[in-house]
Design a protein around this ligand. Structure first.
Ligand code: FAD
Length: 326
């Protein structure tokens, strides 16, 4: 019998979980609140140019994720990125090979989304159990179901809203801490950054500056360059209620100060807040799953703070669901 399983969240963890479920013959439906796939592995288009606003690059520590990246590279969805990290060199901060999605980071989830049904713009509000299985309720009070099992692949604080009343889950989910992160996307008419493509931990305010246009497959902006800036989690927490325009101005001034740039006015600049951006305290287990309720949760926050952790967590939860249904 084909089991119907619902996955909430079309980030890397949700899509990875779906692929494990599909491989085992389950019928999978994904519900995603946004209108785009990928979650924090995001390509945000701003006018004519696209920016990698969330995850900057992928690294693989384990064999499974390495073989997934190899597949992406072979099919043209990713390529190696060798940025200049210190003048003239590309080693410095790079312990592992860096890969990026092409033409933007969100391409890296595309193969996982093939042959699954993804319902976009569907924010899940509640889960309810009936004698036939789980029903999923949306914000507009419509529902779908029943499903034999549900995988909740959203950031831990959002998972807590859906699973907090399930025995034992609230305690586990409340141990996880996630921090906000501001991302600022900047387009400049001329090349302005020094001869280096990435800068990390420049000050208490700045966590990361990257020349987005130095990544492979990015369209150049007519001789100029595109830049992505990430604020530090602490500064982002202090300013999470601030006006995005003011945040963009403040962070660009800080970049100018720290890198000693001439006073240039960007052609375009915008800020995006990742409310649950980076994991500060992870769970320390690959996923959460109740074989009794057939409900589980996955995400980067289970194992760490990287895309690879999200991928592994999703695979683990998918396999656990399959084992519990057979
Ligand atoms: C600024 C920043 C920089 C980063 N840099 C790197 C990096 O360089 N390298 C790296 O490996 N990792 C990096 N990461 C981390 C990486 O992006 C994450 O580890 C990974 O994308 C997490 O995937 P996920 O599926 O667990 O969660 P998410 O990507 O957050 O996916 C969760 C999905 O669930 C959806 N959702 C949430 N609530 C609901 C709901 N109620 N109903 C329906 N849908 C819902 C969300 O819209 C989202 O699409 C970075 C993250 C940030 C924010």
């Amino acid at each position: 019998m084909t089991h119907k399983v619902a996955v909430i969240g079309a980030g890397l963890a949700g899509l990875s979980c779906s692929s494990a479920l599909r491989r085992a013959g389950c019928f999978v439906e994904i519900f995603e609140q946004e209108k785009t796939l990928g979650g924090r592995v995001a390509t945000i288009r701003n006018g004519l140019v696209a920016f990698d606003a969330g995850a900057q690059y992928l690294t693989a520590r384990g064999d499974k994720f390495r073989s997934y990246i190899n597949e992406l590279v072979a099919s043209g969805y990713a390529a190696r990125w060798d940025p200049k990290t210190t003048s003239g060199e590309n080693k410095g901060v790079q312990l592992h090979t860096w890969y990026v999605g092409t033409p933007g980071m969100s391409s890296i989830v595309r193969p996982l989304a093939e042959s699954v049904r993804v319902h976009m713009g569907k924010k899940v509000h509640t889960l309810s159990q009936t004698d036939k299985g789980w029903m999923i309720w949306f914000e507009d009070q419509t529902n779908v179901g029943p499903f034999a099992a549900v995988a909740v692949a959203v950031p831990a604080p959002a998972a807590r809203l859906l699973l907090g009343r399930v025995e034992g889950m609230d305690e586990a989910l409340s141990r996880v801490r996630m921090m906000p992160t501001w991302a600022v996307m900047v387009r400049l008419a001329e090349r302005t950054l020094p001869d280096q493509d990435v800068f990390s931990d420049m000050s208490e305010v700045l966590r990361w500056i990257a020349r987005n246009s130095s990544k492979p497959g990015r369209t150049s902006s007519g001789g100029g360059e595109t830049i992505v800036v990430h604020a530090s989690p602490n500064w982002s927490r202090e300013t999470e209620d601030a006006d995005p325009e003011a945040v963009a101005q403040e962070l660009w001034s800080e970049v100018t100060r720290q890198l000693g740039l001439p006073a240039v006015t960007p052609q375009q600049m915008s800020a995006h807040l990742w409310t649950h951006g980076l994991v500060d305290q992870s769970l320390g287990e690959s996923f959460i799953y109740s074989t009794h309720y057939k409900l589980g949760a996955a995400g980067d926050w289970c194992l760490g703070r990287l895309a690879e952790h999200a991928y592994e967590s999703g695979q683990g939860l998918g396999r656990a669901i399959v084992a519990s249904l057979t």
